[in-house]
Design a protein around this ligand. Structure first.
Ligand SMILES: Cc1cc2nc3c(=O)[nH]c(=O)nc-3n(C[C@H](O)[C@H](O)[C@H](O)COP(=O)(O)OP(=O)(O)OC[C@H]3O[C@@H](n4cnc5c(N)ncnc54)[C@H](O)[C@@H]3O)c2cc1C
Length: 417
């Protein structure tokens, strides 16, 4: 067995936005924290997302409409959701659970639980933004969602009413009003919804890096190595690395979509998969949008950001290690041209892995196999938004404090259907 370093209270595995938020919250609360990741800080899913702090986005992908649209998802290259046959056949139970969570009552229950967590999102994130002096990266200019067709808008009406019932603030506006807010849109939408209190991030990678700098400035330690497995040794947990292992009284597993690959901490038993998403970046078109614009039928966001205009989103249920799928990038390019008019070739493209459980809820809580290991992963489409509140909850659990919201729905011991 390799020699071990054991001078930390807590080891956080994974330096995406969720892991860094956990590490920073814990370090701010006076714990001595080591953050372990073989890759550069924030370079996973946390770097290429759609930049939105989507506190309004409580409706999960698990929606009853999935049943009617399944053939489209399987056979059409013109769909915002793509499903690989091979992947579905390799993970039939995950697919069954995912579909079971699309039943109307289940879908609404998930939305209620997400809304309850999202209600704490800003309170969890704002202290980190202040600690990292990252206010310059935050834009408070609302978010606009548009529907191109009346038919699609009608189908979402009940969902909007549900959102309102959950306390989400928004204004229903006409297509002309939506167009006036974003005049560069190439078509006049049928209608829109404006979320006036929504914020977005100029550059999510830089935000995670700033959080990491604040963590380091407070004395946090970073280890650039891959965790191979965990062993609960009774009084402490051993984090196995290629070089010298690390040992600490508490470990937080926050390796995003890769969390279930790290064996020994209980995550290997959880139905964690990935929803892959894509983005295209157009450096010279940052002026096209004044705020994030979500196009419902297209299934992606347009975000004006530090590097230009980012078209990001769509869902691909496919293997973690499958190569990037050019047809998904082509889809966004095609739909992007419908939304904004002719587009030049993108300056950059990207694929990222959203960590997703079949019930679209994150896992935040003690591992069923060890009271010394805390799970913090599975934030699907909302990891940027929910990183702060997740970090705060984890810091509470590390201190043995009761978090200020119920955690049963997010427990790793739940049934996932
Ligand atoms: C196209 C797209 C658009 C999105 N838009 C939004 C949005 O607008 N708003 C929003 O809130 N969310 C959005 N998301 C979701 C959000 O990006 C993710 O939920 C979030 O980034 C997940 O963060 P994470 O820290 O859990 O994972 P990651 O950022 O993937 O980080 C995981 C880290 O774990 C590390 N790791 C893996 N294996 C090991 C190991 N063995 N040992 C040590 N470390 C390891 C990896 O190197 C990585 O750095 C979007 C996602 C996509 C793909």
């Amino acid at each position: 067995m390799t020699a071990a370093r054991s001078n930390f209270d807590v080891i956080v595995i994974g330096a995406g936005v969720v892991g860094v938020a956990c590490a920073l919250w814990a370090q701010m609360r006076g714990q001595s924290v080591a953050l372990v990741d073989p890759a550069p800080v924030g370079s996973g899913a946390s770097s290429g997302n759609a930049c939105t702090l989507a506190t309004y986005a409580c409706m999960p992908v698990n929606d009853p409409s999935v049943f009617g649209n399944l053939p489209h998802y399987l056979f059409s290259s013109d769909s915002p959701l793509a499903l690989s046959w091979v992947h579905a056949l390799r993970h039939p139970m995950w697919m069954v659970k995912f579909l079971a969570n699309c039943r109307p009552a289940k879908s609404r229950q998930i939305a209620t639980e997400l809304a309850a967590l999202l209600a704490h999102a800003d309170a969890g994130l704002n202290p980190l933004i202040a600690a990292a002096a990252a206010e310059d990266l935050i834009v408070a200019n609302g978010q606009l969602t548009v529907w191109r067709s009346e038919k699609a808008a009608r189908a979402d009406r009940a969902g909007l009413a549900f959102r309102r019932g959950q306390g989400v603030l928004f204004e229903e506006i006409s297509g002309a009003e939506a167009h006036a807010m974003e005049p560069a849109l190439a078509f006049r939408p049928a209608c829109g919804v404006y979320y006036p209190t929504a914020r977005h991030i100029r550059d999510p990678l830089t935000l995670t890096q700033r959080f990491h700098k604040a963590f380091t400035d407070l004395g946090g330690h970073t280890v650039v190595e891959k965790v191979t497995r965990l062993t609960d040794e009774g009084a402490a947990v051993r984090v196995h690395l290629d070089q010298a292992d690390l040992v600490a009284a508490r470990v937080v597993l926050a390796a995003g979509a890769f969390s279930a690959r790290i064996k020994g901490g209980g995550a290997e038993h959880l139905p964690l998969q990935t929803e892959r998403g894509y983005h295209l970046l157009f450096k010279s078109l940052g002026h096209y949008a004044t705020r994030p614009v979500g196009w419902v039928e297209g299934g992606f966001y347009t975000a004006p950001m530090a590097q230009g205009l980012r078209l990001a989103g769509t869902v691909e249920l496919a293997a973690m290690d499958a190569p990037e799928n050019q047809s998904r990038l082509d889809y966004i390019a095609r739909k992007g041209a419908e939304l904004w008019g002719d587009l030049p070739p993108p300056d950059a493209t990207w694929m990222g892995r959203r960590p997703t459980l079949p019930d679209a809820l994150p896992v935040i809580g003690h591992s069923p196999t060890s009271p010394r290991i805390i799970h913090a992963f599975g934030h699907q489409h909302l990891g940027l938004t929910l990183a702060g509140v997740t970090g705060r909850i984890v810091a509470d659990l590390l201190e043995g404090r009761q978090p200020n919201l119920p955690l049963d729905s997010f427990s790793p011991a739940r049934s996932f259907v």
